[in-house]
Write a protein that binds this ligand. Sequence first.
Ligand code: E4P
Length: 213
Amino acid sequence: MKFFIDTANVDEIRKANDMGVISGVTTNPSLIAKEHKDYAKTLAEIASIVDGPISGEVKATTTDAETMVKEGEAIYALDPKHMVVKIPMTVEGLKAKGIPTNCTLIFSANQALLAARAGAAYVSPFLGRLDDISQPGIDLVRTISEIFANYPDIHTQIIAASVRNPIHITECALAGADIATVPYKVIEQMTKHPLTDQGIEKFKADYTAVFGA
Ligand code: E4P
């Protein structure tokens, strides 16, 4: 399972990129709005930092396929090597063709199967938001993974999205997600273990006791 970072904050993206663990970035209209910066410029800046797929979503106010394609083409043109256009899972969204897409807001296996058959490069099941309404989101990731594995002609990759904690990450890897898109805070949490901290302190104490600083 690969990692993408789920943010539009370029400082966080640079920090995660410097760790060498991320292979791409996902954004959404809420994440870009949080930065209070120009929408297209933010996406272009992100694409200049990370050499991998960068998901930029069509406008939250766009509902028809024709406009989605026009906006999608503009997003794609920002950096054709990296940009992937995020399209919401709707009947109109499924019609969008001719650009690499990430079909977002997936909450059922059937939605994922439809998106795959419509030619999406990625589907993004949102596990945290399902957990929020007392439905185990990880079950959806596992089910989609099993279905896609039954059909070798499906090449759509599963991006586990709406990841909220390190336990989600392990579960996504076990469930067969191709990618987990992870907020920076969760990437940091994944690095932590109290025994690692204690071990570092003990090595330091033992070393300095004999060799000095
Ligand atoms: C995915 O691509 C979305 O940007 C994101 O994971 C949504 O996460 P949230 O449910 O925590 O807002």
